[in-house]
Design a protein around this ligand. Structure first.
Ligand code: CP
Length: 356
C-alpha cells in the first residue's frame, strides 16, 4: 500500500525507508523492549488486530517472534501454511483448485485483518532470483493493508533491523564501527542471499564502515551493492569488498559470518541453474569458518553475530558462538542470542507503527 506516513506502509526492504524512519523504528523498539522487561502492559497498541502470516518456508525465530509480538501488543497472528490454503500464486503459475491468484488472496485477507506477512524464497519459486520478491510486491499491490516481508529471495529487513539494533546496544553508536559481513562455508548450497543483502544495506544506511567478504563466485546482487555504495556516500561510512576472510576480520568490531548461495544456483539470466558448479565453489572454500583464531584478529571489543540457524562446525565453531561472556582467552562476545531476541522488539515496533 502507498502512503506518506508510517501508518499503512509496507515493509518489504529497507531501501523503501529513510534513515530517519529506521532510526525511529529502533527508538520505538528500545522503548518496547524496556516495557517488556519491566512487564509494563502495552497490549492496547494493537488490541484485537490480526496479522496473517503465510510461510512458504520453515522458521523458528520469525514465526515465534511475530506470534509472541502480536500477543504482547494485544492482537493475534494467524499462521497460514500455503499447502493448507489455496497456495497463493501469480498469473501463469496457477493450478486449478490447488492455488489461488495472489490478487484474490490479498484482497480477501485485507477485508478481514490488519496486515499480511509473507516468507518465500528458494524452492517455492524454483530458484528464480527475484521471484519471491515479485510475489510479495504483488501482494502489496493488491492489499490495502500493510504487507510485511518475513524474508524473500532478496531481502530480510526485520533481520537487518535486529542486527543494527544489537550493534546500537553494544557500541552505543554506529559511527566508526567496522562491520564485516562475511560468507562462511556450509554443507548446504541452498541458502538465500536475503540476510547478507539486508545486513549490508542496513549497516551502510547507519553509516558504519562496512566490508563484504566472500570468495569469488559468491557475489551479491549488483543493485544491492550499488545501493550500499550510495548509502556509504550519503551516510558518512564506507563500503568495500574483500575476498580474504582473515584480512576482512582484522580490526573488525562486528563480524557476521554466514553462508549464502553461489550465483550459478539461480535460473538464467541471473545464474546458470547449475547445482554442481555451485557445489564445487562451496567445496573449495571449507576454510571459511569463523573460529577462535580468526576472532583473535578482530578488535578486542568485537561481537559475533549470526541470524541463526547456524551450521555449527562449518560456519562457526562452538567456541565462538557459545562465548556469551568475554574473557582474556576469548575476548569477543557472541551476541547472536541478543540479536535473536531483538527480532521480537523490532517487529513489534514496525507492527505498532504501520498497523495502528
Ligand atoms: N533468522 C531467521 O529468520 O530465523 P528463522 O528462519 O528461524 O525464522
Amino acid at each position: 500500500m502507498k502512503t506518506e506516513s508510517f501508518r499503512g506502509k509496507d515493509f518489504i526492504t529497507l531501501l523503501d525507508w529513510t534513515r530517519e524512519e529506521v532510526e525511529t523504528i529502533l527508538d520505538v523498539a528500545l522503548d518496547l523492549k524496556r516495557r517488556y522487561a519491566m512487564r509494563e502492559p502495552h497490549d492496547h497498541l494493537l488490541r484485537a488486530r490480526t496479522l496473517f502470516m503465510i510461510f512458504y518456508n520453515q522458521s523458528l525465530r520469525t514465526r515465534n517472534s511475530f506470534e509472541a509480538g502480536m500477543t504482547q501488543l494485544g492482537g493475534h497472528a494467524h499462521y497460514l501454511d500455503p499447502g493448507k490454503i489455496y497456495t497463493p500464486a501469480l498469473p501463469g503459475k496457477e493450478v486449478a483448485y490447488s492455488t489461488e491468484r495472489v490478487s484474490d488472496v490479498a484482497r480477501v485477507l485485507a477485508r478481514m485483518g490488519d496486515a499480511i506477512a509473507i516468507r518465500c524464497y528458494g524452492d517455492p519459486v524454483d530458484w528464480v532470483y527475484g521471484g519471491a520478491n515479485e510475489l510479495i510486491r504483488n501482494f502489496a499491490y493488491w492489499a490495502d493493508i500493510p504487507v510485511l516481508n518475513m524474508e524473500d529471495d532478496k531481502y530480510h529487513p526485520f533481520q537487518a533491523l535486529a542486527d543494527i539494533l544489537t550493534v546500537k546496544e553494544k557500541f552505543g553508536t554506529f559511527k566508526g564501527v567496522n562491520f564485516v559481513m562475511s560468507w562462511a562455508y556450509s554443507p548446504s548450497i541452498h541458502k538465500p542471499r536475503a540476510v547478507p543483502q539486508s545486513a549490508i544495506i542496513a549497516a551502510t544506511m547507519m553509516g558504519m564502515n562496512v566490508t563484504l567478504a566472500h570468495p569469488e563466485g559468491m557475489e551479491l546482487d549488483p543493485e544491492v551493492l550499488a545501493a550500499c555504495e550510495a548509502n556509504a556516500r550519503h551516510n558518512g561510512g564506507s563500503f568495500k569488498i574483500s575476498h580474504d576472510m582473515r584480512e576482512a576480520f582484522k580490526g573488525a568490531h562486528v563480524v557476521y559470518p554466514k553462508a549464502w548461495c553461489a550465483t550459478p544456483i539461480f535460473k538464467p539470466p541471473v545464474g546458470e541453474d547449475d547445482p554442481k558448479k555451485t557445489q564445487q565453489i562451496f567445496d573449495s572454500h571449507k576454510d571459511w569458518i569463523c573460529d577462535a583464531e580468526k576472532m583473535r584478529l578482530t578488535d578486542p571489543e568485537s561481537i559475533y553475530l549470526h541470524c541463526l540457524p547456524c551450521d555449527r562446525g562449518y560456519e562457526v565453531t562452538d567456541e565462538v558462538i557459545d562465548n556469551t561472556t568475554r574473557s582474556k582467552e576469548r575476548p569477543w562476545l557472541s551476541a547472536a542470542y541478543d540479536e535473536a531476541e531483538n527480532r521480537l522488539h523490532v517487529q513489534k515496533a514496525v507492527m505498532s507503527l504501520v498497523m495502528s
